[in-house]
Design a protein around this ligand. Structure first.
Ligand SMILES: NC(=O)c1ccc[n+]([C@@H]2O[C@H](COP(=O)([O-])OP(=O)(O)OC[C@H]3O[C@@H](n4cnc5c(N)ncnc54)[C@H](OP(=O)(O)O)[C@@H]3O)[C@@H](O)[C@H]2O)c1
Length: 287
């Protein structure tokens, strides 16, 4: 199976390509240099020349706070870019898998969201990602929409790398403790996506590693696993204001995923331990 993966320079796209190759699939990862998804003509030509049987769309404008101000570009990448790719996929009858986010929900209460929960994005980024979902679903029947959260992978920046960097210069850190969700390890998610794209079980899914935690819980575990003695003090979202509103409740149920016969991802603590090893391995390989 020939699969085009956008966002190859990003966290998820990189691991999806890597995982697909392990399975002997013909994986083509595109970066913004190969294909700027906001250029409609370029997208049409690239996809028509390549003729993939499936597209896993991982590229996105992901700077959540900046999106509040750079609205035009965030919309262009997340909505228009998605539309051009979907139209191209449709014209060659390729399957399509779109990556979305917990930010499509309001993020209140304490119950896990389901795929059918009310959509009410609180940030511009969340709005553009939901509009991207609508483009996919309105134009294509053979499509998957996968809502994920709190992503970490080897290729790119994420919360874990930030915490480990801060640990080098701090004895104590203040981390938000009233936002609850689930980390998602791109290595685990990539395995699932490669499996999913080879099925016809189309639809919307929520996928993250198992278990819920706050950012403060996550940070404490990161330092424990990495053998760091940094202390974590929990603070409220109000004490750490950001341009974009973050959901306080990012809990997402994985019941639909399981009911459709997919293997759920391991617990986030297991994923974290694996990731910290992966980071250590990378450092050794760089030496
Ligand atoms: N990160 C999270 O915590 C999180 C949470 C929920 C959902 N998601 C979703 O998960 C997916 C993957 O996220 P990620 O963390 O892997 O993102 P990422 O590391 O920021 O990667 C996104 C990639 O998209 C590329 N891109 C941006 N504009 C483009 C354009 N016009 N044409 C082509 N490529 C373009 C970026 O290129 P450059 O490298 O040149 O900027 C980057 O390599 C995204 O759909 C994101 O919305 C992420």
């Amino acid at each position: 199976m020939k699969i085009l993966v956008t966002g190859y320079n990003g966290q998820l796209g990189y691991d999806v390509v890597r995982e697909g190759r392990k399975h002997g699939l013909d994986m083509i990862g595109s970066t913004i240099e190969d294909l700027d998804i906001t250029n409609a003509d370029e997208v049409t030509k690239y996809v028509h020349d390549l003729k993939p049987e499936a597209i896993i769309h991982c590229a996105a404008y992901t700077a959540v706070d900046r999106a509040e101000e750079d609205r035009e570009i965030a919309w262009d990448v997340n909505v228009n870019g998605t539309k051009y790719l979907v139209e191209a996929a449709k014209s060659i009858q390729a399957k399509f898998l779109y990556i979305s986010t917990d930010y499509v929900y309001e993020g209140t209460g304490d119950q896990p969201y389901t795929e059918e929960s009310k959509i009410l994005p609180q940030s511009y980024y969340g709005l553009t990602k939901y509009e991207g979902e609508r483009v996919v679903q309105n134009l294509l029947e053979n499509s998957f929409v996968v809502r994920i959260s709190w992503v970490f992978g080897i290729n790119g920046n994420n919360f874990i790398k930030t915490m480990l960097r801060l640990a080098e210069s701090h004895k104590e850190l203040k981390v938000v403790s009233d936002q609850i969700g689930s980390p998602t390890y791109t290595h685990d998610l990539a395995k699932l996506l490669i499996n999913m794209i080879q099925t016809n079980k189309y639809g919307v899914y929520q996928v993250t590693n198992d278990g819920y935690c706050s950012w403060a819980d996550f940070a404490k575990k990161i330092f424990e696993v990495a053998g760091s003695s940094v202390k974590v003090e929990g603070i409220t979202s109000e004490e750490y204001p950001t341009l974009a509103i973050r959901p306080k409740n990012s809990r997402m149920s994985k019941q639909k995923l399981i009911a459709n016969g997919f293997e759920p991802l391991p617990h986030w603590e297991q994923a974290l331990a694996h990731y910290v090893n992966e980071l250590k391995q990378e450092v050794q390989n760089d030496r």
